[in-house]
Design a protein around this ligand. Structure first.
Ligand code: CA
Length: 225
C-alpha cells in the first residue's frame, strides 16, 4: 500500500517516512503542490498525507485533485495556527487531520481507521472506477466515456476492469490472458489479446494510434493510469 506524503519540512518527512515504512507502507515523498499533482497523476496511491502550507501554494489544491480525480483518502497534517483552516479542508472532503507535533502512533492509528472506512465502501468509491474521461460503473458493468455509454463485449470489459482496478500497475500479457480465460472458456492466445487491447483503445482512446489511457509498457505489458 502506497502513501503519498506531501510535506516541505524535511525533519517531519524523514521521521514519518521511516515510521510508515516500518509499518509496512510504501512512501512517495514530495514537498510542493506541483510535484504532488504530478505524483497523483502517476497513480497507485492509497492515501495522501498532506501539509497545508507548501512553498508553491496550499495543500487544498492537492486535496481537490486527490478527491476529484481518484477519491483518495486524505489526512491533513496541520500546524496549530492552521486550525482555523482545518474546517475548510474537511469541507473539501479531507477525511481527517492531525495537529503537529503529533505522535507517530496516533497518526498510524488515524491512517488505519481512515483506510478501514474506505475499504468498507468497497474500495471503488460507490461502484465507480475513473480514469481520464472514462468511468466504469462496476455494479452495472457499464463503461462511459465523457458520460456516453460505450458498449463493450464481456471480454473487453473484463480486460479493462482487471487493469482499472489497479491503476498504475503493469500487467503482463500472461496475467491479462489469465484474467479473461474464464470468461471465454476457450483458449485465448497472445494475438487475440493484442486484438482485444486494440479494440478497447479504438472504443476508449481519443486517438487509438497514440493511446494515453491504456499504455503499452515496452517488454512488460499494459498499464492504466
Ligand atoms: Ca509546511
Amino acid at each position: 500500500m502506497k502513501v503519498l506524503l506531501v510535506e516541505d519540512d524535511a525533519m517531519i518527512t524523514s521521521g514519518l517516512c521511516y515510521a510508515l515504512e516500518q509499518d509496512g507502507f510504501e512512501v512517495d515523498t514530495v514537498s510542493t503542490v506541483t510535484a504532488a499533482i504530478h505524483a497523483l497523476q502517476g497513480g497507485g496511491h492509497s492515501l495522501v498525507l498532506l501539509d497545508l502550507g507548501l512553498p508553491d501554494g496550499s495543500g487544498y489544491t492537492v486535496c481537490k485533485a486527490a478527491k476529484e480525480e481518484q477519491d483518495l483518502p486524505v489526512i491533513f497534517l496541520t500546524a496549530v495556527e492552521d486550525e482555523g483552516n482545518v474546517v475548510k479542508g474537511l469541507d473539501m472532503g479531507a477525511d481527517d487531520y492531525i495537529t503537529k507535533p503529533f505522535r507517530i502512533r496516533e497518526l498510524l492509528s488515524r491512517i488505519r481507521s481512515v483506510l478501514r472506512r474506505y475499504e468498507k465502501r468497497g474500495g471503488d468509491a460507490g461502484g465507480v472506477l475513473k480514469f481520464g474521461d472514462v468511468r466504469i460503473l462496476t455494479r452495472e458493468a457499464k463503461v462511459q466515456k465523457n458520460g456516453q455509454e460505450v458498449p463493450l463485449t464481456a471480454m473487453e470489459y473484463r480486460l479493462l476492469l482487471c487493469m482499472a482496478e489497479h491503476p498504475g500497475q503493469v500487467f503482463s500479457r500472461n496475467r491479462l490472458l489469465e484474467s479473461i480465460w474464464d470468461v471465454s472458456g476457450d483458449f485465448v492466445n497472445d494475438n487475440t489479446l493484442t486484438v482485444y487491447v486494440k479494440r478497447l483503445r479504438e472504443k476508449l482512446e481519443d486517438d487509438a494510434a497514440n493511446p494515453t489511457l491504456i499504455r503499452t509498457v515496452r517488454g512488460l505489458g499494459y498499464c492504466i493510469g
